[in-house]
Design a protein around this ligand. Structure first.
Ligand SMILES: Cc1ncc(C[n+]2csc(CCOP(=O)(O)OP(=O)(O)O)c2C)c(N)n1
Length: 874
């Protein structure tokens, strides 16, 4: 068995195998150079390809091509002139570093519980600063930046220098309830005029950034907005790349040729507990992954001080030493001084010792990693900006806690470091030559030079040249008119079909039709949406390069460059990210859109719930449509497909308006009102609506129902002895139960359609609070039920906790029925009987609340056997 350590240390030899005949190699290389010289690079690529094919045919093993040596991709010869003033920029950067650190340390001196991070931004500072000074373009036609979340202190510190955040806000870092504070991480909900993208939950930022870049192409190709000159930058931690979501969109980005997308992975080699790949190399691993997915990879590993060393490294011993060093060792080298590095890194080989002859320990200490050298960062960013046809990832090597000296740089526990003692603060001040007296250091005074200092003039001039300041978020946009939506009564159809009819009404509307973005994750046919394929087209960046198999059919599978439907394939996380980009387009692009993402309801809140929270935090506006909803309505699909809890999850998201309608006219009212609230009134809310695939008759809307539909319940039928409430398709069981109560037991039941238990609860909570605070308020549930008589029974196709949401506001005896336990595959009738939400069980529940003897008689009459169940399914 091969020893793993051998594999790791032989990484160098895999990339740079020993040369058995250097003379011959030289001749081959000279010949190749001559070819490039005379016939160009394209021809050289062609011949290389031919050679590889030929080698394959001869069964010559091919060398690994996805990894390159452990050095900068942009060589010295290709390095552009740095256009800025390095000295001034380094002074600005020192001030930002200091203010960020002071802000976190101050907060934690006052309240040790507040937390915060110093070490992450300390590693990312130069990567951000070069972006701010030279690349990030502001404005509605500018770039979009996804910041690494726990580097937020640095972004605040810069905004403070720019005069965009007053000192008082910095003094309230992580103390938000007063309204004066700053959020821990990037939260558009909490700082709506500042942060654009919530990245605090690791992995979502990189995925969202990819779909944002793709959505910008979609806007361009559909003729809605010119986006070609804009870039999406995503700053990601190397530890964050462990998240599956971070990798989930890589191939899409390459497939779509998203050269408007730049990832910068901050490879400080550490995550929270320790090294990201202590026994390997995160840079090499990520290079292989990104290159394999089809990205342009730029390694930014070494600062300018290393140039001379590499230039003298004729026999490749420096490179060999770098390759055999695993990240755990690089971390130790970051945490130690020049002397230690000399002894342990350089003195391993005599050739290396010779290479650094004449360098003092201080010189060695000053050898910077690439991500700390603005000149190298600039070169990589420029190369990324100019690259065509592929997305680019920059793998930037940095030191975690850079400049935090013995107290933090490269230390295992540095991520958690948020308090520094006075010595450490003074050392940091000295390290970055921050102009503060000892006393000010101890007081953690913020730096804010006068407007006429060269630093401030430079800082503002740079931002002016790049279009203004960022991050900055647009909160308002054009209002769009929404048409009235109508659905005729129908004899036999599902709410899914009703939804598709409404969707096509909206898509055909002359004013907002173009703004509608239908999104599916390979389920359009499930929802009967294939009718939209031909008419509206499926978006494809390259159009349709093949004749579709069904081209002779009326509704064939039509892909088009200007196609409107986003057919994402089997990726709920990707589809949700697309939806998020469209749902925040009003803000990111000043172009309001109306996205509808329709999916299997169980694969929403349950599967990608965190992304839905990110959408909420982003103040998304759009519709999530949970299709094939309900634990008994989906019938045959069984356990893993049957959703019984999404409404419960939806109820916890403050700006999510969730509805579970039964009839087409309810759905029409909800979609119309929702579209108006989002597009006309510009409310920062989004909608979750469940639709189902059961066919049944849909009556005309009763007069005066609209208000109740939107508030969450309205009366369908009067009845004085018991009140029955139902939502979604289970409402029909409730109606049937009312009929049975009348025919079999001579009991008059009132019937209420509940379109939203969650909205009723929200309204109930509000009324309850108002009363507690001494004001007058009556919840809608109370208003509806107070004048009625008899016990109240509710049923839905979700767990009982959903109907239970309104229990505090129900004025009398209340029985909540639901579908708790595990799903099963069976017919709808069998499932509803099993979960005890069918008409007969609703009758039994109503009778039990009136008179237990009647209930016993009903069990008998309807031949209901009380099936015994395991405790967790009771
Ligand atoms: C989904 C998720 N899981 C865990 C965390 C907690 N967390 C915050 S920062 C961090 C470590 C990040 O390491 P890395 O991405 O390498 O960034 P660095 O701080 O080293 O720059 C973790 C685990 C989180 N924010 N999100």
């Amino acid at each position: 068995m091969t020893d793993l350590a051998d594999i790791v240390t032989s990484a160098f030899w895999r990339v740079n195998p020993p040369d058995a005949d250097p003379q011959e190699t030289r001749e081959w290389l000279d010949a190749f150079d001559a070819l490039v010289q005379s016939e160009g690079r394209e021809r050289a690529t062609f011949l290389l390809r031919k050679l590889l094919d030929h080698a394959r045919a001869k069964r010559v093993p091919l060398p690994p091509v996805l990894n390159t040596p452990y050095k900068n991709t942009v060589g010295l010869a290709d390095q552009p002139q740095f256009p800025g003033n390095l000295e001034i920029e380094s002074r600005i950067s020192a001030m930002v570093r200091w203010n960020a650190l002071a802000m976190v340390v101050r907060a934690n001196r006052a309240h040790a519980e507040l937390g915060g991070h110093i070490a992450s931004y300390a590693s990312a500072a130069d990567l951000f600063e070069v972006g701010f000074n030279h690349f990030f373009r502001a404005g509605v036609d500018g770039d979009l930046i996804y910041f690494q979340p726990h580097s937020a202190p640095g972004v605040y510190a810069r905004a403070f220098l720019e005069g965009r955040l007053p000192e008082e806000r910095l003094a309230h870092y992580r103390q938000e309830t007063s309204g004066k504070g700053l959020s821990s991480y990037c939260h558009p909900y909490l700082m709506p005029e500042f942060w654009q993208f919530p990245t605090g939950s690791m992995g979502l930022g990189p995925l969202n950034a990819i779909y944002q870049a793709r959505f910008m192409r979609y806007l361009e190709h559909r003729g809605l907005l010119k986006t070609a000159s804009r870039k999406v930058w995503a700053f990601v931690g190397d530890g964050e790349m462990d998240e599956p979501e971070s990798l989930a969109g890589l191939s899409l980005a390459a497939r779509e040729g998203l050269d408007n997308l730049i990832f910068v992975v901050n490879c400080n080699l550490q995550r929270l507990d320790g090294p990201v790949r202590g026994n390997g190399s995160i840079v090499q691993e990520l290079e292989g992954l990104f290159a394999g997915a089809g990205w342009n990879v730029l390694k930014l590993l070494w600062g300018s001080d290393w140039d001379a060393l590499f230039a003298r490294d004729h026999d490749g011993v420096l490179l060999k030493r770098l390759h055999e060093t695993v990240d755990g060792e690089f971390q130790t080298y970051a945490a130690t001084d020049g002397r230690f590095n000399r002894e342990h890194f350089f003195n391993k080989y005599p050739e290396l010792t010779e290479l650094i002859a004449g360098m003092s320990d201080d010189d060695i200490d000053r050898l910077r990693r690439g991500g700390h050298d603005p000149v190298k960062i600039y070169a990589a960013y420029r190369a990324a900006l100019e690259h065509k046809g592929q997305p680019t990832v920059i793998l930037a090597q940095t030191k975690k806690g850079y400049g935090m000296g013995l107290w933090g740089q490269g230390k295992m526990g540095t991520h958690q470091q948020k308090k520094l003692d006075d010595d450490a603060l003074r050392e940091f001040r000295d390290r970055f030559a921050v102009a503060l007296a000892d006393e000010d250091v101890v007081q953690l005074r913020f730096l804010h030079p006068a407007a006429d200092t060269p630093e401030m003039k430079y800082l503002h001039a740079r931002r002016q040249a790049l279009g203004g300041y960022l991050p900055s978020r647009l909160t308002k946009t054009d209002k769009l008119g929404v048409p009235a939506l109508q659905l005729a009564p129908s004899r036999n159809q599902s709410t899914t079909m009703s939804f598709v009819q409404l969707l096509s009404q909206l898509m055909k509307d002359p004013s907002i039709g173009k703004r509608v973005v239908p999104i599916v994750a390979d389920e359009a046919r499930t929802f009967g949406m294939q009718t939209l394929f031909r008419q509206f087209g499926i978006y494809s960046a390259v159009g349709q390069l093949y004749e579709p198999e069904d081209h002779e059919e009326l509704l064939y599978y039509r892909e088009a460059k200007e196609g409107q439907i986003l057919e994402e394939g089997i990726t709920e996380a990707g589809a949700l990210s697309s939806w998020l980009a469209a749902a925040t387009s009003y803000s990111s692009h000043g172009t309001p859109m109306l996205p509808f993402y329709i999916y299997y309801s169980v694969f929403g809140f349950q599967r990608v719930g965190d992304l839905i929270w990110a959408a909420a935090d982003s103040r998304s506006r759009g519709f999530l449509v949970g299709g094939t909803a309900g634990r008994t309505t989906l019938a045959g699909e069984g356990l893993q497909h049957q959703d019984g809890s999404s409404h419960l999850a939806a109820s916890t998201i403050p700006n999510c308006r969730a509805y579970d309608p039964c009839f087409g006219y309810e759905l029409a009212a909800i979609v119309e009102d929702g579209s108006r609230r989002m597009l006309e009134a510009q409310e920062d809310v989004f909608y979750y609506v469940t639709v189902a695939n059961e066919n049944y008759p849909h009556p005309a809307a009763p007069d005066g129902a609209r208000d109740g539909i939107l508030r969450g319940m309205y009366r369908l039928r009067d009845g004085a002895q018991v009140q029955l409430m139902g939502s979604g398709p289970i409402l029909r069981e409730v109606i049937a139960a009312a009929d049975l109560l009348q025919s079999d037991w001579k009991i008059a039941a009132g019937v209420w359609s509940v379109t939203s238990f969650t909205e009723l609860r929200r309204d109930g909570m509000h009324a309850e609070r108002e009363r507690r605070l001494g004001r007058k308020a009556t919840s809608w549930v109370e208003q509806c039920l107070e004048s009625t008589k008899g016990p109240i029974v509710a049923a839905s196709d979700y767990v009982r906790a959903v109907a239970d949401l309104i229990r505090p506001y129900v004025p009398r005896s209340y029985t909540a029925l639901g579908t708790d336990g595990f799903g099963r595959s069976d017919t709808r009738a069998a499932l509803r009987s099993f979960f005890e939400v069918d008409a007969r069980h609703i009758v039994v529940a109503a009778l039990a609340a009136i008179d237990a003897k009647l209930a016993a008689a009903a069990l008998d009459r309807y031949h209901i056997d009380a099936v015994s169940r395991p405790p967790w399914e009771r």
